[in-house]
Design a protein around this ligand. Structure first.
Ligand code: KG4
Ligand code: ZN
Length: 338
């Protein structure tokens, strides 16, 4: 059979999403129902609220994804779903919908790791050549991942504490920025200068691990101290200084990993992959490498950096080709590891 069409579900956090993906590369439809407004007044995602919203929209957006792709169930070769990591109740909504539709139609089921999905957003833009290396930065994860082939991943570096996106959201809260704060802090950073010189943790350590909680504390202490002495700090410079520290550490370790592992492709993935400063910096540094060391660089489209079902459909295609299907025992696994 020539074309493989996958209907994908994603509901691990605060976006409910469905998509139809052809041959792991082509988006025939993508629907993303965001719940951000419902969580903003709490300053973060409320798990119970997330599950309820997923339930409310998932049936409707399943129909929409099929309609927008102009296909029906007969055209679908597999049903894919994120089964972890993420919020248990939120994941269960997608997993239940995928299992129910799979059982009702007889279409095979494929469980997908959310992180593998973020990395495979790259496959929707360009062909990945292996071995590949990915910097995966989101609200929950900050990892350097080595991809031996499309389904075998090895984590070579991880965060010891806060994820990069989480740090953005926490310092954003101090500056009065709505959750999720990353995009606004990124914009402010471009209007300011690195005048505070916050710490760059673990930068010179010879592993690939990260730590962002020290930076977060330094930032918060600086703001509190200024408050106490009634000093007004420039929010643009604060944002620029925070972002410079995050990017320095991410870029430094990523470049060292590229030099050590010599991947054919470099991939940036996850919500923080939308960060303009980070995209520019990695592009610049990789361009400085000698030609024989220079990997192909894939920076996913901005709208595919955040959570979405298209990336899950892309990752599922690779599993499909290797016959890695799931059965009716598929369950949500909130702390699933790559
Ligand atoms: O991947 P994602 O949508 O959800 C998780 O799986 O965690 O990532 C969301 C995170 C949030 O922390 C958000 O603040 C951050 O990505 N983010 C950004 C930017 N856009 C989103 N962080 C920095 N710069 C951005 N432009
Ligand atoms: Zn995510």
């Amino acid at each position: 059979k020539k074309n493989v069409r996958i209907l994908a579900f994603e509901s691990s956090c605060d976006e409910t999403s469905t998509a139809v993906i052809k041959n792991g590369r082509e988006i025939e439809s993508l629907i993303v129902a965001t719940q951000i407004k419902s969580h903003q007044r709490f300053g973060g995602v409320v798990p119970e609220v997330a599950s309820r919203h997923h339930i409310e929209v998932i049936t409707q957006i399943t129909k929409e994804a099929l309609a927008e792709a102009k296909v029906n169930w007969d055209d679908i070769d597999a049903i894919a779903v994120t089964y972890g990591p993420g919020l248990a109740g939120a994941l269960l909504v997608g997993v239940s919908a995928a299992k129910a539709t799979s059982m009702a139609t007889g279409i095979p089921l494929i469980g997908v790791d959310h992180i593998m999905g973020h990395i495979m957003a790259a496959q929707l833009k360009d062909e990945i050549e292996y071995p590949a290396l990915a910097l995966q930065v989101s609200g929950g994860h900050t990892e350097i991942v080595l991809l031996k082939d499309p389904t075998h991943f090895e984590i070579i570096g991880d965060t010891r504490d806060d994820a990069a996106g989480e740090a953005y959201d926490k310092i954003g809260r101090v500056l009065g920025v709505n959750y999720p704060a990353g995009k606004t802090i990124d914009e402010w950073a471009h209007k300011g200068k690195d005048t505070f010189n916050f710490p760059r943790a673990m930068m010179e350590d010879d592993d690939y691990d990260f730590s962002f909680s020290g930076l977060k504390s330094a930032f918060i202490n600086t703001c509190h101290h200024a408050d106490q002495i009634h000093q007004e700090l420039n929010k643009y410079d604060l944002a620029a200084s925070f972002q410079a520290s995050v990017i320095d550490v991410l870029a430094h370790k990523t470049m060292r990993a590229i030099k050590e592992y010599q991947p054919k492709t470099f991939i940036l993935g996850g919500g923080v992959a939308a960060n303009q400063g980070l995209r520019d910096r990695l592009n610049q540094e990789i361009n400085k490498l000698p030609a024989e060391q220079k990997p192909k660089v894939i920076l996913p489209e901005l709208k595919l950096c955040g959570d979405n079902a298209a990336m899950i459909g892309a990752a599922a295609y690779n599993l499909y080709k290797e016959g890695k299907f799931s059965d009716e025992h598929l369950n949500a696994d909130p702390s699933l590891e790559l």
